[in-house]
Ligand binder design. Structure first.
Ligand code: AMP
Length: 356
């Protein structure tokens, strides 16, 4: 990983009035560019073989400049050129995944957020250690498949976006579905309603909901559309479908805005606060946008099955605000909130506190 001192040395040479906000042209980039423009930043899209013509259809989300690279090796090698332009990178899920977490950590360009978190969330065991030791409930793990006595979700390591998961209701179904050549984990299938809670933690501010040493905001909540599980019920029972060779999958295809019942908000904030506090104890903290991916059972209890420590695509329905953001910063998206934080840090000469 690039040492923090190296990034701080680069930042010392930055022109704070001429920062360029850059990200990979995918995922939540329209929202990031739209938000950065609103706060008066120049913007840059970085792309490797990606069709970027769709930006022409959305002029207010189009980056001022698009840099094309042959591959991620070239992007990596041309870091000094980006540093010369005062670039600050905004990481998002696709950026980190396509570039590779290792290479991303070694990129010598200032990045918003704490790079150390990548290691903690890309390894499911470390992620579980972080969340559970914070005192937040997760779906139960089942170590021995013969002990399956309730519906479970089998997750192959490295499975992304729900591709490579399967559901088993007992040991017989597990045996039928399992591919022993790949490492996997088995966890309780939590029956309930899914909520993807989008928070923003600012270590630079103490207004509003005070958490750790800063301020915690809830900017929005979404639910993912997942194919084909969300529509499978239309064809009858899953057992019946299996006989026809059709198996449920959880591939994200879109996002829907939701709100949760108001009485769940204290629990949601409590979980987020504990996870932030623990992150500072374990690896120097998380700040900025993060998402708790949760399921609420009919006992009104949250179980967090995953955490994303950066902007998630589920914030995209809220480019012009949300029922929650509108009570904090009216009309503000997570992308704009990120830009607002960078603007504040630049104005107060505190960029090293939020970039790594
Ligand atoms: P993930 O890749 O961990 O984000 O999970 C992908 C999808 O699988 C989620 O959006 C949920 O729909 C579903 N899922 C993951 N874990 C569980 C669980 N323990 N119980 C029920 N559904 C789950």
């Amino acid at each position: 990983m690039v040492p923090k001192e190296r990034i701080d040395a680069l930042l010392a040479e930055y022109d704070r009035d001429d920062i360029v906000i850059a990200t990979l042209t995918s995922h939540s980039s329209l929202q990031i560019f739209h938000g950065a423009r609103k706060l008066g930043f120049k913007t840059m899209g970085m792309t490797v073989n990606h069709d970027t013509r769709y930006y022409d259809a959305f002029p207010l989300g189009k980056p001022d400049e698009i840099l094309r690279f042959q591959d991620f090796d070239e992007m990596f090698a041309r870091a000094p050129e980006l540093v010369d332009k005062n670039v600050v990178l905004i990481p998002h899920g696709s950026f980190v995944e396509y570039m590779g977490a290792k290479r991303f950590q070694n990129l010598e360009i200032p990045v918003y957020g704490n790079r150390s978190v990548l290691q903690w969330e890309s390894d499911r065991d470390m992620e579980r250690q972080w969340i559970t030791s914070a005192g937040v409930a997760m779906p139960k793990m089942i170590d021995d498949a013969r002990e399956i006595d309730q519906p479970v979700l089998v997750k192959y390591h490295g499975a992304k976006g729900g591709r490579g998961f399967f559901v088993a209701k007992d040991y017989a179904e597990f045996k039928m579905g399992i591919d022993h050549t790949q490492p996997y984990t088995i966890q309780e299938y939590v029956l309930g309603t899914r909520y993807y809670l989008h928070f923003f933690y600012s270590p630079l501010s103490t207004d509003g909901y005070h958490a750790h040493e800063g301020s915690l905001e809830m900017l929005s909540i979404d639910r993912r559309d997942e194919s084909n599980i969300d529509e499978m019920y239309k064809l009858g029972s899953q057992e019946d479908m299996k006989r026809h060779g059709l198996f449920p999958s959880f591939v994200v295809t879109g996002n829907v805005p939701v709100v949760i019942r108001e009485s769940l908000l204290p629990k949601a904030f409590d979980m987020a606060e504990k996870i932030i506090k623990r992150s500072y104890e374990m690896f120097g903290g998380i700040w900025g946008p993060f998402c708790l991916e949760s399921i609420v059972t009919d006992k009104l209890e949250f179980k967090v099955f995953e955490i994303s420590s950066r902007i998630v695509a589920g914030t995209n329905p809220f480019i012009s605000g949300s029922p929650y953001a509108d009570m904090i910063h009216p009309g503000m998206s997570t992308g704009a909130r990120l830009a607002m934080e960078i603007r504040k840090a630049a104005d107060e000469d505190r960029l090293p506190e939020i970039l790594s």
